[in-house]
Design a protein around this ligand. Structure first.
Ligand code: ZN
Length: 274
């Protein structure tokens, strides 16, 4: 799911909301309670906003744990428009791209998750959970523009799938075989898939690109014996270090050797799990 610069409409929408509510809830912030740390606004029905609220509240602790306390901007802001046409106006994405269920817009403390009701509603319960976890990770990533696509999206997928039993392979059983084949054919860190396609099983290109991006982070975590390496690598790259420098420090190998090791690991997983 892409990140987008804020549209003018979205910026205008924020201008009128948020500050008073945030100030009013400031007393709750220091106690670590989920209440008051989430702000859902928009014209969608109250019941729907309540569902978003509860899901986001549940996801704050695991995302804080991985990305560090304070990485999420409080309150976590969710904008829930009533229709996908409104979502399109707010997100700046074309209306026909309604297979994108949510997107993060804005900068700094104004970062907000904008929900696309039509695309979100067709997801199953786990998919809904994963999409919000993915977008909340983008909120926790302080710099989104200065890291390569595979790291931004792969780390968001990694964080989301850490939250569910069995992770990525449990939801997408073909993931090892598909990503191993992709990387064997082209041993390089994954690039952004074609613009204008949606994330869905009908679009395996895009899905496989996200799976492949996830797999780089999954490799890092197994190589380093834990998930903490993922936000650490993200920060280092966002601060301007090269992948080569990061790979030498983290795994005592060059960037090229890292790609070889990741590719070999994928092939091994594909043979074990198929
Ligand atoms: Zn994304």
């Amino acid at each position: 799911m892409p990140t987008q610069p804020p549209s003018r409409r979205a910026a205008l929408a924020w201008a009128g909301v948020g500050l008073g509510t945030a100030l009013g809830l400031a007393g709750c912030l220091g106690r670590g309670e989920p209440e008051g740390r989430v702000e859902v606004t928009g014209a969608s029905p109250a019941g729907r906003r309540q569902v978003y609220q509860q899901l986001v509240e549940r996801l704050i602790a695991p995302i804080d744990q991985l990305w560090g306390q304070g990485s999420l901007p409080y309150p976590v802001k969710v904008l829930a428009p009533a229709t996908s046409a409104d979502w399109s106006d707010l997100s700046g994405l074309p209306g026909d791209q309604n297979t994108v269920p949510a997107v993060v817009t804005g900068e700094g403390q104004e970062r907000v998750i904008v929900m696309n009701p039509a695309a979100y509603d067709i997801l199953d319960a786990q998919g809904k959970h994963l999409v919000l976890a993915h977008e909340m990770t983008h909120l926790a990533q302080s710099q989104q523009t200065d890291v390569p696509w595979w790291l931004r999206e792969g780390s968001a997928e990694f964080t989301a799938y850490e939250q569910i039993d069995g992770g990525y392979p449990a939801r997408w059983p073909d993931v090892w075989r598909e990503t191993a084949a992709l990387v064997a054919a082209e041993p390089a860190l994954p690039a952004q898939p074609r613009i204008g396609t949606g994330l869905s099983t009908a679009n395996p290109d895009r899905l496989t690109a996200y799976a492949s991006a996830w797999s780089v982070c999954a490799w890092m975590a197994q190589r380093s014996d834990g998930p903490d390496v993922v936000p650490r690598v993200y920060s280092a790259i966002a601060e301007g270090q090269t992948m080569d420098e990061v790979a030498r420090r983290e795994w005592e190998m060059s960037g090229a050797e890292m790609i070889e090791a990741w590719s070999a690991w994928l092939a091994e997983q594909a043979s074990i799990n198929n």
